[in-house]
Design a protein around this ligand. Sequence first.
Ligand code: CS2
Length: 491
Amino acid sequence: MILNQKNLSQLSKHLSCPTYDRQSLKTGIVHIGVGGFHRAHQAYYFHQLLAKHQVTDWAICGVGLRKEDQRMARTLQKQDGLYTLVVQHPDGKVETEVIGSIKEYLLAVDSPQKVIDKMAHSDTKIVSLTITEGGYNFNPTTGDFNFENPDIQQELAQPNTPKTVYGYLTAALRKRRANGLPPFTILSCDNIQHNGKVARKMVLAFAHKQDQDLANWIEKKVCFPNTMVDRITPVTTPELLNYLKKEHQLEDDWPVGCEPFIQWVIEDDFSNGRPPLEQLGVQFVPDVTPYEKMKIRLLNAGHSVLGIPGAIHGHPTIDACMKDVVFAKFMRRFMDEEATPILGEIEGMDLETYKDSLEERFANPNIKDSVGRICSESSAKLPKFLIPTLRENLEKGGSIKYATFLLAAWCYYSDKETNEKEEPLEIIDAQKETLHHIAKNTKQDWTAFLHQPEIFGSLAEDARFTEQYVKAIQSIYQEKNIRKLMSDLLS
Ligand code: CS2
């Protein structure tokens, strides 16, 4: 049976399905960047809110700004916004639920004005974002807005035909202001430390260039709470579609699988009201800093520490890396000896327990989180997840050997087209060509890869770091056995 609104009552006989009246819901949230993560996390929370708490004004309107969002648009439009969430427990238990909180989906390239109008509608109270670490358009070293981006230049010149998230947000806020409506809250849900603060800085930089009055209004009125979001959500595989067909005779073109763990911590700072998410265990706190730092520096960095060498060695998934004792130990050593000393004490948090729980989550054999997903966009991730830890350890005289080895491994990964099992490496990164090109020079100049200041800043000038880096990279290129080198570092 095809998943759509018409078939819901039939489907609900053997599957958990939305029972609330979706038709009458108001869309209080416009979400930009509907991918697997948004559907496993935020949309799931909102589904519960609608299902269990008689809330009717917090349904979601999904928005895609990129041409690549076409497939999501067609799928959700075809399925009336419905999709299946499959929660995969480590012990094999599976919970399957049809989620109904995404009421509409708009693709900006189809109709930019519709997106602006939706965001400017009086029902819209929040615009939330998962536009990925790279989507914020700032220079990772200086932290400044990148005005060189041609799309940005174009929308600055023509404010009525926006292209990026900044053009859309300002166009909609301008319209609200003209109509005498309060602004929406801008809620960033990306893995960037101080994500709200970063979003605010970028929106204001753009707005100041475009329209001073509007920028002043945004500065005074728009809230940008910082948030920490967490749920491991692998890329959807054909096996998941087949599982739903076989187990539930359900045809869903794009279901989502995820782990049971879920967490959302938000600063309670909203411009125009907020949903009662505390009823679902969402934590509202005055300052999210300790939570986000802990998550980004341990979970996200830990993922990269497994994923990049894992890809080189030929481990297909994160749980396969965790089964390999050398990899599991290497990651824990990085967490214990390099990330934890930087984090220090975090009030109300037991870091040992947190790290133990990360090991369990990474080892979930039913998640099958591909190393390809983890390694994707490393050029945007590592400057936020791992390099700050390395830099702080250099300042404090702390250990840098695991993080340094990882950066050397990333260079090798960017250079090679196959892994150590001679299988092709599929690299997904907006900077893929540049990375590959620079990494190719490694054998002529062992530090060549480090001369990318937008990623590494001035790390190449630090003698202690470069000495260890050169040692690591020479051994990686010469030995061609990443696992053995990791094992050597452990002893
Ligand atoms: C991952 C994250 O993309 C990555 O490298 O570390 O997507 C991670 O799975 C999520 O942040 C978990 O909440």
